[in-house]
Design a protein around this ligand. Structure first.
Ligand SMILES: Nc1ncnc2c1ncn2[C@@H]1O[C@H](COP(=O)(O)OP(=O)(O)O)[C@@H](O)[C@H]1O
Ligand SMILES: [Mg+2]
Length: 326
């Protein structure tokens, strides 16, 4: 159990509404390995905040079990909370106090040595602006100050719910860099987002959910690799080429003057086949699918009904990804 920072089993939350019950989180088995950044992805309303609130004891699951840092929660929450930092809602700071003073007050309230304030200010890149009033901070700086606040206790596990919401591109970049650095220090960071590109570049592992259900989970590299590769092919006679490729068991679609060929991992197979019929390639580009298209495809097409099973499940996280810091 020590190898997972976060683990849920059959986590479920339904709300009673005027029109019946609404399932916010549906039998979710979340596994976040120790160390690195784990992206928690899903469209708006897919249950990310509800999951995070349950993990932090802010709302109660309908059923299911949860472990944080190997301890069952909410039962052991008092013991583990000292090792966890989280930003779930917009942080509240005193607008007229400096960033530093705000953190000093937080440190005092948490019983943390004031010397930590300087360390965490540096860690989030705010040391130079620490004396400015909080109200003069950009949104990105405000968010980084919130992250600094969570670092005061030097936590092993950090949980950030959509930390880049409402930020401009510069702010998004700042927060992203900060989170990436935290992951590299060997901490575990769970970061939720509905925008894939925001976590794609910083996440080592991801979980994708839709309508409260797990759609995919695993290492980012595996998630991309698990998809069939696609080639873009241009020849003088695309119709004839398409017939040949389809005849060879490949899926082909027209894309303007080009053909998109699915399912061929070896470009030589296409070259050989077409050249054998005097069709010579003018272009052959392997377009490796990015996570964005995987994400859109999964979240678009997963019109699952209850009882349909757990959706697509990638191979479990490899032992190496799990065993860090043991
Ligand atoms: N307190 C609540 N009462 C009723 N429904 C809720 C409540 N909180 C969340 N929901 C519903 O649960 C679903 C998941 O919401 P949420 O966890 O906020 O999603 P996300 O954070 O991924 O946008 C949504 O359909 C939302 O409307
Ligand atoms: Mg949310």
């Amino acid at each position: 159990m020590g190898e997972l920072a976060i683990q849920t089993k059959g986590l479920h939350k339904s709300y009673r509404t005027l029109r019946g019950t609404r399932v916010a989180v549906d039998q979710l088995d979340l596994e976040v390995p120790v160390g690195g950044v784990h992206g928690f992805l899903g469209p708006n309303g897919s249950g990310k905040t509800t999951t995070i609130r349950m993990l932090l004891g802010l709302c109660r699951p309908s059923h299911g079990t949860m472990h944080l840092l190997g301890r069952p929660v909410p039962h052991h929450l008092p013991q583990v909370m000292g090792h966890i930092g989280a930003v779930v809602e917009r942080p509240r700071f005193f607008p007229n106090f400096s960033g530093r003073l705000n953190l000093e007050l937080q440190a005092q309230a948490a019983g943390v040595d004031r010397a930590r304030v300087e360390t965490v200010l540096k860690q989030v890149g705010l040391a130079e602006r620490a004396n400015d009033a909080y109200r003069n901070y950009s949104l990105g700086m405000q968010q980084r100050l919130a992250v600094a606040g969570t670092l005061l206790k030097d936590p092993q596990l950090l949980i950030f719910d959509e930390p880049t919401n409402g930020l401009d591109p510069a702010g998004i970049h700042e927060v992203r860099e900060t989170i990436r650095d935290l992951g590299r220090e060997g901490r575990t960071v769970l970061v939720s987002s509905h925008i894939l590109s925001e976590v794609e570049q910083i996440a080592d592992t991801v979980t994708i959910i839709g309508r409260g259900r797990m759609l995919a989970s695993g290492r980012v590299v595996d998630l991309l690799g698990a998809r069939a590769s696609r080639m873009r092919v241009q020849v003088d006679d695309p119709t004839r080429a398409a017939q040949l490729l389809v005849g060879d068991g490949l899926a082909v679609t027209l894309d303007g003057p080009a053909l998109l060929v699915e399912g061929a991992t070896d470009p030589a197979r296409i070259t050989r086949l077409l050249a054998g019929h005097q069709l010579y390639l003018r272009e052959l580009v392997a377009s490796r699918r990015d996570l964005e298209s995987v994400y859109l495809e999964l979240t678009d097409r997963h019109d699952l009904r209850p009882g349909d099973g757990p959706g697509i499940r990638l191979p479990p996280l490899p032992a190496t990804a799990r065993a860090q810091e043991n």
